[in-house]
Design a protein around this ligand. Structure first.
Ligand code: PFF
Length: 497
């Protein structure tokens, strides 16, 4: 139980870790094109609204459960349920979130992050210099068509993640985020500066910040709330696990607000680093998931300083990915450690191996097994407009089912079953004011919002709400041909067919 007894050594270390978890591929890769395709500023506003009204209360709830329980997500929830005289079966939320969800997402995330690592080397060795659209596309095709290379980088990335988590909270996670997060912020600012100087900044500004409210419909709402959950790392036990290492002296609600602010800020800055380059070269801003692998290399290949700044960009993505992936593994590892009495190192290797093996399904979904549709006999042939390969199915289960269901159940548990006094004590807040606002949000607003959107997102196409315009519009033709590129593209509580 070593992990459970460790604590973040400072507030800053905790903030870096939590922001590191929140800021990931979701912000730098997914947010920009989601915003662009869902009405620009209209989407951004709805997204920020969901962060404030649903995301922030759930984030506070997760951190509170973690700190009160001081154990793995499953055992923290159990401890709180015992304390409040309710059923220990609530602990299943923890299993669902951390074992199935956390490891499931890590399996996908690592494949994409491995691709990022491969592209760091490609950019740094000037492979993209002078490349045109066909060339960049061919490189993507070559990468996703080569299972051996993909498995190699997937393995490297998982190994890095395991290595950090195995070293524990202080010597592992905290140390890594303390070094990497300042570098991440610095790189991001440099890249925004570069985009301002070398790209078409004004067009990017108007693309991202000129609202087109006519574009707000059910799909946009689904995408926005899905992005809010994914981006704040909710529903996979991560913030419960991180809360367990939180010293009592640190204010949860203030920290949570800061985390949400930083997360949203990074997402917006990422848009401002990417789109000016895209526009400067007349490239397509709505090329969806392939934007960074297929479109940006063309820009970096032609710009002055493109090798240096392109490399910086992929390093930035790599840092964002590793500080998130460790947070996907930690919840499961803390449970293995407590439950099985195995060492942290053993637990990290075990969890990492599971994620690595499951990740192979994603790797092969883009090449050898591209035409295998595992649930065809059940009539599931497409998910969000993509062929329902293993990668798509895992992605859908984690992001469209586990994240919202676990968050919904946690909101109900905390709002309705955990004693108000215990919550107030943990949050160190008086009755009324902020506490009341949060409690109403977690008891009523969050469950209703998540519940409605969950049902909505699961409704078959065309039933009632405008889901027919859902995620498929995000996928360019090229993306369809490289189906693995889309596996975490529709990570959102989005429609299913
Ligand atoms: N928040 C991360 C991102 O935006 O890329 C992804 C993530 C990390 C989701 C950890 C969930 C999680 F538990």
């Amino acid at each position: 139980m070593a992990g459970a007894h460790e604590q973040w050594s400072s507030r800053l270390a905790f903030i870096f870790a939590a922001v590191g978890s929140a800021v990931g591929l979701g912000n730098i890769w997914r947010f920009p094109y989601m915003a662009g395709e869902n009405g620009g500023a209209a989407f951004v506003l709805v997204y920020i609204g969901f962060i404030a009204v649903v995301g922030l209360p759930v984030l506070i709830a997760e951190l509170t459960v973690g700190r009160r329980g001081k154990l793995s997500p499953t055992n923290s929830i159990r401890k709180l349920s015992e304390e409040s005289g309710s059923s220990s079966k609530w602990g299943w939320i923890g299993h669902l979130a951390s074992l199935t969800g956390g490891l499931g997402l890590l399996s996908l995330y690592s494949v994409i992050a491995g691709w990022v690592l491969a592209y760091i080397i490609k950019t740094a060795t000037a492979t993209f210099v002078g490349v045109d659209a066909a060339g960049a596309q061919a490189m993507v095709g070559a990468y996703v068509g080569s299972p051996g290379t993909m498995v190699f980088w997937h393995f490297i990335f998982i190994s890095l993640t395991v290595f950090v988590v195995a070293r524990g909270i202080n010597a592992g996670l905290e140390k890594v985020v303390t070094y990497l997060m300042p570098i991440l912020f610095l790189l991001l600012l440099v890249l925004v500066g570069y985009a301002m100087a070398a790209g078409n900044f004004l067009e990017a500004l108007s693309y991202l910040f000129t609202p087109d409210f006519s574009k707000i419909n059910g799909t946009v709402l689904l995408n926005a709330i899905g992005q809010a959950f994914f981006s704040l790392s909710l529903g996979l036990g991560t913030m419960i696990a991180y809360g367990a290492y939180l010293p009592k002296s640190i204010s949860i609600h203030r920290s949570a607000a800061l985390i949400a602010l930083a997360d949203t800020g990074v997402a917006l800055l990422a848009g401002l680093a990417i789109f000016p380059l895209v526009f400067a070269f007349g490239l397509s801003p709505s090329s969806g998931p392939t934007l960074i692998f297929e479109v940006l290399p063309i820009a970096f290949g032609q710009m002055p300083g493109g090798v240096v700044f392109g490399t910086m960009f992929f390093v930035l993505l790599g840092i964002a990915a590793i500080t998130s992936s460790i947070s996907m593994l930690e919840p499961a590892v803390s449970w293995f450690e407590e439950k099985q009495g195995i060492t942290r190192v053993g637990a990290a290797i075990f969890g990492g191996t599971l994620a690595f093996v499951v990740g192979l399904l994603t790797v092969f979904s883009s090449n050898e097994w591209q035409s295998i549709i595992p649930l065809a006999s059940l009539g599931v042939v497409e998910i969000n407009g993509n062929p329902a390969t293993y990668a798509e199915i895992i992605s859908f289960i984690v992001s469209n089912l586990i994240m919202p269901v676990a968050s919904l159940m946690l909101a109900i548990f905390v709002g309705w079953y955990v004693s108000r006094d215990h919550l107030r004590d943990e949050l160190d807040l008086p009755e009324g004011g902020i506490f009341e606002l949060w409690h109403v949000s977690i008891k009523y607003v969050a469950p209703v919002a998540i519940g409605v959107i969950l049902v909505w997102g699961l409704m078959p196409q065309g039933e009632g709400l405008p889901v027919e315009e859902a995620a498929p519009v995000e996928i360019s033709e090229e993306a369809q041909s490289t189906s693995d590129a889309s596996e975490i593209q529709e990570i959102s509580i989005s429609s299913t067919e």
